[in-house]
Design a protein around this ligand. Structure first.
Ligand code: GLC
Length: 748
C-alpha cells in the first residue's frame, strides 16, 4: 500500500494533476474506420510499434518482474497498455502521463485479471461451472465488469476457457472443466457479461479469451508443459470454447505459453492467423501471455529477443505483455525487412480499434471517476448475486442416511483448518477481493444463520498444510460432545491456480489423518471441501457420511455453505470435471473413446484382455455431471419426435422429471448423444444439452431438447467439420452416467 501511495504522489507531482474534477470533456469524433485511419496516417513506425507494448504496474504481481520502469516508458510515449494498475485515481494519473507526454495523445488501455470478481468475489470459475447456469455466470461477469470499470479497468484477462482433464494442473480452477459443450456455453456467457451489449458504455470492459490454445492439455499436468495433439483433437476438443467466445463477440485473445506439437502458441501462425484471424474472421486483438514472446527463446523456437518478436508479430501476435521485445527490437526488424509495415499496421489498427470501441479517444478519463468507483463497489445487490451464485455452485457428493441437511438445534462441532477461514475462501486470482474482515467464513455464516444461541463449536484441529497437530486435542474434546461433526477442509487458495501443479492431490497435511481420528468417535461426519481442483477422496468416500464440494465460494461463501448445510439451500450443482479415484487414473473423463476392448466392469465375461486396470475401476470416483440433492429426481417417459432425422430437420426429445423426495429442489437435466459409428472413432457420449429445472416436492415437469445435424458435427476422416449419416443413441439424466436412453438414425 505504501508503495502505491508513493507512486500516487510521484504521479501527482509529475502530472501536476490534483483531485480536480474531470476537466476533459468527451469530444464527438469520426466513425471508427475513418478515425483510426486518420490517426495512423499521422503515426511514425515507432509510434505504431509502441501501441503494441504492454508493461505491468507493480500494483499486483502476476509474473516475474519486468525489470523495466513502466512509468518512464509511459513518459517516453513507448507504451500502449498497462496491466495490474488499479483504482480510478491511480489510473487517471497514469493516463494523464501518457496522454500529456505522447505526441498524438493516444490513451493507454488498462488491463487486469478480473477472473471471478473484482472486489465482490464470486466462486472460482470451476465452482461457477458447477452451477450449469449460464445466466448466473453472465451475472457474475456483469457485476465484475461494473466494479472493475468503476475501478479504472478497461480490459479483463478473462474468461479462461481452457478445456482441462487433469486435476494435477492447478489451473483447472480457473476454467469450466472437461467438457466442450458446457465450456462453450460458459465462455459465451462470460463474454456477454463482461462486454455487455455496448462496449462504448463505461460499465463494460473488454473480455479476453485465454489461453489460446490447448494450455490445459499440459503433459503430466505440469504447468507450462508441452502439449502434443492431432489437429482433430485440437479442433474437436480444445478450440470450440474459443470459437464460442468469438461468436459471442469477444474483442481480445491471449496466446498460451505452451507449444502445440512443436510450435509455441505465441508464434503459431496456423493458430493465430490461419484459424483465428482468417478462418474465424476475428477482428479483435491478440496479446501474448506474460513474457510469452521472450519465452520462445527457452522453447528453442527463437534465437534471441529480436527473432522472437518478429516471429510473434508475423504469426499474428498484436501486443507483447511485459517482455519488452516489441519495444526494443521491432523497429530494427522493420528496417531490416524482417517485418513489413502491413503487419505493423494490422496489429496497430487492432489495438486502436479496441481503444476506440471503449470510447477512450472521446474521453481518455471516462473510466476514472472516483465517485462512480465508490458507489459501484460492494453494492448490496452485488453481494446478493455473489451469495446466489455461490449457492448454485455447491455440489453434494455424498449424503449417507441423509445426514444433511443438519437441524438448527443440533450440537455441532465444526472442525478443520478452514472452519473459521476468511482468507482462502475467495480463492486465487481474486483481483482486489478483500480476504480477512470482508469475506464471510463458515463460522460467520453459521452464526449469521443460527444466531448467538447456536450450539456450535469451532476448532481448527490441524493446520491447512503443515504437520502441527497440537490443536487436535481441543477439537477432539468438542467433537466428543457433539451430535454431528462438520470438518471444513481442503487446500490453501494458492495450491491451485497458476504454477500450482501437484503430483499428490489428497487432502493436504494432516487433514486426512485428523479425519481418520474423528472417524473413530463413531459420530456422523460431514466433510465440507474448499479446493480449486478435484481431490483424490477414495478413503473419504468410503468412510465419511456426507461430502459437500464448495470449491472457493467467494466473498459470501460462508453464508452459502451455512445455508446449504442447514437446508435453506438445497444443493443443485453438478461436477464440471471428473474426480479420479487416484492420480494413477489421470486423465479420466467421461467423453472418452470406447477402444476395441472396452471393459464392461465386473459383469464382463472377459475380465483379462480388456482395456482396464487390475487394481482399480476404470470409472472415476465421481463422474462429470454428477451431483446429489436433498431430494430425489426420477426420469421417465423419454420420447423422440422421430426415429429418422433428416439433415435439415430438428429432432425433439422430451423427458419427464419427477421430484419424488421431501424437498423442493433444482435438477440439471442433461442430454448426451453417442455417434455409434463414424469415419473416425467417436466418444462414448457427449453432452449436447442441459437445462436446470426447479421442482416442488411431488411435482413433475416435461423437459424438451432439440437436436439438429449441426449439433452432431465433428472433424471427420477428411478433416471436414460435418455430421455423418448413421445410428445415434441418446441418454438423458442427472449425470454423465445416465442410463435412460433412446435411438435415432440421421438420414440423408
Ligand atoms: C499470467 C497468466 C495469465 C494472466 C497474465 C496477466 O502469467 O498466465 O492468465 O492473465 O499473466 O496477469
Amino acid at each position: 500500500m505504501r508503495r502505491r501511495l508513493l507512486l500516487l504522489s510521484m504521479l501527482t507531482l509529475a502530472s501536476g494533476y490534483g483531485q480536480k474534477k474531470n476537466d476533459d470533456k468527451s469530444v464527438k469524433i469520426k466513425p471508427k474506420a475513418e478515425f483510426v485511419a486518420d490517426l495512423m496516417s499521422k503515426m511514425t513506425v515507432e509510434e505504431k510499434i509502441y501501441q503494441l507494448v504492454q508493461f505491468s504496474s507493480d500494483g499486483t504481481v502476476t509474473g516475474r518482474k519486468s525489470g523495466d520502469n513502466y512509468i518512464t516508458r509511459i513518459q517516453q510515449g513507448k507504451v500502449g497498455s498497462v496491466l495490474n494498475a488499479t483504482g480510478a485515481a491511480n489510473n487517471r494519473m497514469i493516463q494523464k502521463l501518457a496522454v500529456e507526454n505522447s505526441r498524438l495523445k493516444i490513451p493507454l488501455l488498462f488491463g487486469h485479471d478480473v477472473i471471478h470478481g473484482y472486489k465482490t468475489i464470486f466462486p472460482i470459475n470451476l465452482g461457477m461451472a458447477s452451477s450449469f447456469d449460464p445466466a448466473a455466470v453472465e451475472k457474475a461477469a456483469r457485476v465484475a465488469a461494473v466494479e472493475a470499470s468503476a475501478g479504472g479497468i478497461h480490459w479483463t484477462f478473462a474468461p479462461m476457457v481452457d478445456i482441462a482433464r487433469d486435476p494435477r494442473w492447478g489451473r483447472v480452477s480457473e476454467g469450466s472443466g472437461e467438457d466442450v459443450y458446457l465450456g462453450s456455453k460458459l465462455a459465451a456467457a462470460n463474454v456477454r457479461g463482461f462486454q455487455g451489449d455496448d462496449l462504448s458504455k463505461n460499465n463494460t470492459i473488454l473480455a479476453c479469451a485465454k489461453h489460446f490454445a490447448a494450455y490445459g492439455a499440459a503433459e503430466a499436468g505440469r504447468d507450462y508443459n508441452t502439449t502434443d495433439m492431432s489437429e482433430r483433437v485440437l479442433r474437436d476438443t480444445y478450440l470450440p470454447p474459443f470459437h464460442a467466445a468469438v461468436d459471442a463477440g469477444v474483442k481480445t485473445f491471449m496466446a498460451s505459453f505452451n507449444e502445440i506439437s512443436g510450435v509455441p502458441s505465441t508464434g503459431n501462425k496456423h493458430l493465430l492467423r490461419d484459424v483465428l484471424k482468417e478462418e474465424w474472421k476475428f477482428d479483435g486483438m491478440v496479446v501474448s501471455d506474460y513474457t510469452g514472446v521472450n519465452e520462445m527463446i527457452a522453447h528453442g523456437f527463437a534465437k534471441d529477443d529480436q527473432d522472437a518478436a518478429q516471429l510473434a508479430l508475423n504469426a499474428g501476435m498484436d501486443m507483447d505483455m511485459v517482455g519488452g521485445t516489441f519495444m526494443n527490437t521491432l523497429k530494427k526488424s522493420y528496417d531490416e525487412g524482417k517485418v513489413s509495415i502491413e503487419v505493423i499496421n494490422d496489429a496497430c489498427k487492432r489495438v486502436l480499434d479496441v481503444k476506440y470501441d471503449l470510447g477512450l479517444f472521446e474521453d481518455p478519463y471516462r473510466y476514472f471517476d472516483e465517485a462512480r468507483e465508490k458507489e459501484n463497489t460492494y453494492k448490496p445487490d452485488f453481494l446478493e448475486a455473489a451469495l446466489d451464485v455461490a449457492k448454485k455452485s455447491m455440489v453434494l457428493l455424498k449424503n449417507k442416511n441423509n445426514v444433511l441437511p443438519l437441524k438448527k438445534d443440533m450440537k455441532i462441532a465444526f472442525v478443520g483448518p478452514l472452519a473459521s477461514d476468511e482468507y482462502n475462501i475467495i480463492g486465487s486470482w481474486a483481483a482486489l477481493g478483500e480476504r480477512d474482515g470482508r469475506a464471510v467464513s463458515v463460522k460467520e455464516g453459521v452464526m449469521n444463520l443460527l444466531g448467538a444461541n447456536a450450539k456450535v463449536t469451532f476448532d481448527a484441529g490441524v493446520e491447512l498444510s503443515g504437520n502441527k497437530s497440537n490443536m487436535m486435542k481441543a477439537a477432539y474434546a468438542n467433537a466428543l460432545k457433539a451430535d454431528v461433526i462438520v470438518a471444513v477442509m481442503g487446500e490453501r487458495e494458492n495450491q491451485s491456480g497458476e504454477a500450482g501443479s501437484q503430483t499428490n492431490i489428497d487432502l493436504p497435511g494432516m487433514q486426512k489423518e485428523f479425519l481418520m481420528q474423528l472417524r473413530g468417535l463413531g459420530k456422523p461426519i460431514v466433510l465440507v471441501l474448499m479446493n480449486g481442483r478435484p481431490l483424490t477422496l477414495s478413503w473419504e468416500d468410503e468412510n465419511i457420511d456426507a461430502i459437500l464440494e464448495t470449491w472457493w465460494s467467494g466473498t459470501r461463501g460462508g453464508d452459502a455453505i451455512a445455508q446449504t448445510l442447514f437446508g435453506d439451500n438445497n444443493p443443485n450443482g453438478k461436477l464440471p470435471i471428473s474426480f479420479p479415484r487416484s492420480v494413477g487414473q489421470i486423465p479420466v473423463y467421461y467423453n472418452h473413446k470406447n477402444t476395441g476392448r472396452p471393459y464392461l466392469g465386473q459383469s464382463d465375461s472377459e475380465q483379462k484382455y480388456k482395456s482396464r486396470y487390475t487394481d482399480s475401476d476404470n470409472s472415476p470416483l465421481y463422474p462429470f455431471g454428477y451431483g446429489l440433492s436433498y431430494t430425489k429426481f426420477d426420469y421417465s417417459n423419454l420420447k423422440l419426435s422421430t426415429a429418422k432425422l433428416k439433415f435439415n430437420e430438428k429432432l425433439k426429445i422430451s423427458v419427464e422429471v419427477t421430484n419424488t423426495g421431501n424437498y423442493a429442489g433444482d435438477e440439471v437435466v442433461q442430454l448426451y448423444v453417442k455417434d455409434v459409428v463414424g469415419s473416425v472413432t467417436r466418444p462414448v457420449r457427449e453432452l449436447k444439452g442441459f437445462e436446470k429445472v426447479n421442482l416442488k416436492k411431488g411435482e413433475k415437469k416435461t423437459v424438451t431438447f432439440e437436436l439438429s445435424s449441426d449439433d452432431l458435427k465433428f472433424y471427420n476422416i477428411d478433416m471436414q467439420n460435418t455430421a455423418e449419416a448413421g445410428d445415434f443413441e441418446i441418454f438423458v439424466g442427472g449425470s454423465s452416467d445416465a442410463t435412460l436412453n433412446g435411438k435415432f438414425e440421421l438420414v440423408k
